[in-house]
Design a protein around this ligand. Structure first.
Ligand code: AMP
Length: 214
């Protein structure tokens, strides 16, 4: 399965991707995670990316495409993969198609995870992550027992810079203008499927498996 996950920030693509990779033993390629790692490692690319990520904009296509192309060449992608957060615009989607046709292995499906805007806002502004073990919480939907403290390890919880309200508005705007046209793009190619991204994680996952026939 060579899958692209589409959906607004906060739609739960990453959560579903994690369940799919467990089930299918294929890697999740999240450009957001790769970029956050570069930021945490303090690489030159990370430093360049951080400013843009904190503002809610998109990192340049050239940087992101370079990262994805390198990742797709690795052996663990031979059986398939899940692209999460990439492509983010039509230029990236076209470039991806070119790379994959060069590899003789085009995408099999683009799956969109659909969630209303008001729910997205709560999911994103409420998100907190543990500094020590990376466990995620949401102050609206899955709050820790004690405010600001991780239930699992007692670590301090923090809010990602790009989860602050102003940045989120910008990220959702960027999604509407740049990423939403991809529904049309993949629809025309006949590989677009969609799932409702609200309800329990397991129920959504069952739906995802039905839709993917897996
Ligand atoms: P995400 O975790 O996927 O929401 O990504 C977090 C941030 O990383 C985004 O707001 C962008 O600034 C940047 N980013 C992630 N993926 C891409 C991409 N495919 N193209 C450009 N920027 C990206």
């Amino acid at each position: 399965m060579r899958l692209v996950l589409l959906g607004a920030p906060g739609a739960g693509k990453g959560t579903q991707a994690k369940k799919l990779i467990e089930k299918h033993s294929i890697p999740q390629i999240s450009t957001g995670d790769i970029l956050r790692k570069a930021v945490a490692d303090g690489t030159p690319l990370g430093k360049e990316a951080k400013v843009i990520m904190d503002s809610g904009g998109l990192v340049s296509d050239k940087i992101v495409l370079g990262l994805v192309q390198e990742r797709l060449k690795q052996d663990d992608c031979k059986k398939g993969y899940i692209l999460d957060g990439f492509p983010r615009n039509t230029a990236q989607a076209e470039a991806l198609d070119k790379i994959l046709s060069g590899m003789g292995a085009p995408l099999t499906v683009a799956l969109s995870v659909d969630v209303d805007k008001d729910v997205l806002m709560k999911r994103l502004t409420g998100r907190r992550t543990c500094k020590s073990c990376q466990q995620m919480y949401n102050i609206y939907f899955s709050a820790p027992k004690k405010e600001g403290v991780c239930d699992k390890c007692g670590g301090a919880l923090f809010q990602r810079d790009d989860d602050k309200e102003e940045t989120i508005k910008k990220r959702l705007d960027v999604y509407d203008t740049q990423t939403a046209p991809l529904f049309d793009y993949y629809g025309k190619k006949g590989i677009l499927k969609s799932v409702k991204g609200t309800g329990s994680i397991d129920d959504i996952f069952n739906e995802v498996c039905k839709i993917l026939g897996s």
